[in-house]
Write a new protein. Structure first.
Length: 349
């Protein structure tokens, strides 16, 4: 069995149904990464810039590396129906178990198998300083869409990426090339204009950044565009024609357990209970303060006057100044006049 067949077999034994290969060299699209950092598009995610040297050339960290194994695990499930009431939406990748645990466990198993075969490896799933999407593009696993997501043409962009660098040379797979053409649906679908242009995401305007990574409040002018999103955003992916009918994975750990969140329950839950409830899921990253901040913005956007009691009882008295300020904004938003929707349109927040 040659090295390519061996590596593919070990990946399958570890639970990865998709693997592609490319040669290790300075990271593909490194110029785009440097330009993005130079324009400050990463907002205050300083860890991205801190790992810049390894991101633009992994040989700084692993000079022995010969090939990159790019692996994918699908996470798409169809969104369950809106349960009604005052609910907020969660991005699809966060509906089930934390992918760092799920995919990380498989990576650890794969690395053990590689070690047993005498193959040296290093990598990770969204935790190491690796520009995963650039390696996936180079290896032909997918292509880089205008929304900056990695897309398998005609199939899906709803998958988790991970990369392992190994010390065996492997014949590389061919890149797929562009499959966006003239389509700009993702750019026009972004509620906050975070996609400044093709392949250029401005984190400082992105709903996912403000509801997950940021510890402060989003600028006031952006908040109405958040709608009902309380953790992440899928709008640029669901607008993509390549995602018209993505396959559902056979992954019990990724079943949609948290597609919708009860906003009143989020506000009324003690912080420690909320943190405990979401331990082992991606939602834990925002923390109780972040989730309550996000729930308040969604409540303000829903425009339901019945939410004022929950805001008064559980948010205005919260110890966090961020939650208090979000509560004040939501109360004002609840009473603000709203423009009538265009003729024939549904009234949405």
């Amino acid at each position: 069995m040659d090295d390519r067949a061996l590596l593919s077999d070990l990946a399958a034994r570890a639970g990865f149904s998709t693997v592609r290969f490319t040669a290790v060299r300075p990271t593909p699209a490194r110029e785009r990464l440097d330009a993005w950092l130079a324009r400050g598009r990463h907002a205050d995610q300083h860890w991205i810039a801190a790992g810049r040297d390894v991101r633009v050339d992994p040989r700084v960290r692993v000079p022995w590396a010969k090939a990159a194994m790019v692996l994918a695990v699908s996470h798409h499930h169809r969104r369950p129906p809106d349960p009604g009431g005052r609910t907020g939406m969660v991005a699809s990748y966060a509906w089930g178990r934390d992918y760092h645990n799920l995919v990380g466990k498989r990576l650890r198993r794969l690395r053990r198998l590689l070690d047993e075969a005498g193959i040296r490896s290093w990598g990770g799933v969204d935790t190491a300083p690796i520009f995963e999407r650039a390696w996936a593009d180079a290896a032909g696993l997918g292509f880089s869409g205008k929304n900056t997501m990695q897309i398998v043409p005609g199939t899906t962009s709803f998958f988790f990426l991970s990369v392992l660098f190994v010390d065996r040379p492997v014949p590389p797979d061919r890149p797929l090339g562009d499959h966006c053409g003239t389509c700009v649906r993702c750019l026009t679908a972004c509620p906050t204009g975070a996609l400044r242009g093709p392949h250029e995401l401005d984190a400082a305007r992105c709903i996912s950044y403000w509801t997950i990574e940021a510890t402060d409040l989003a600028p006031e002018e952006l908040r109405p565009a958040f709608g009902r999103w309380v953790f992440g955003c899928d709008d640029c992916q669901t607008a993509c024609p390549h995602n018209h009918d993505p396959p559902d994975p056979e992954e019990d750990d990724l079943l949609p357990r948290h597609a919708w969140l009860d906003l009143d329950e989020i506000l009324s839950s003690p912080d420690d209970a909320l943190d405990a409830r979401f331990t082992g899921t991606p939602l834990r990253r925002a923390g109780a303060v972040g989730l309550k901040r996000n729930a308040l913005i969604a409540l303000g956007n829903l425009g339901d006057p019945g939410a004022e009691r929950a805001i008064h009882d559980h948010a205005l008295r919260h110890l966090s100044p961020v939650v208090q300020e979000a509560a004040r904004w939501a109360r004002v938003r609840l009473t603000a006049p709203r423009p009538a929707p265009p003729h024939g349109a549904s009234p949405r927040p």
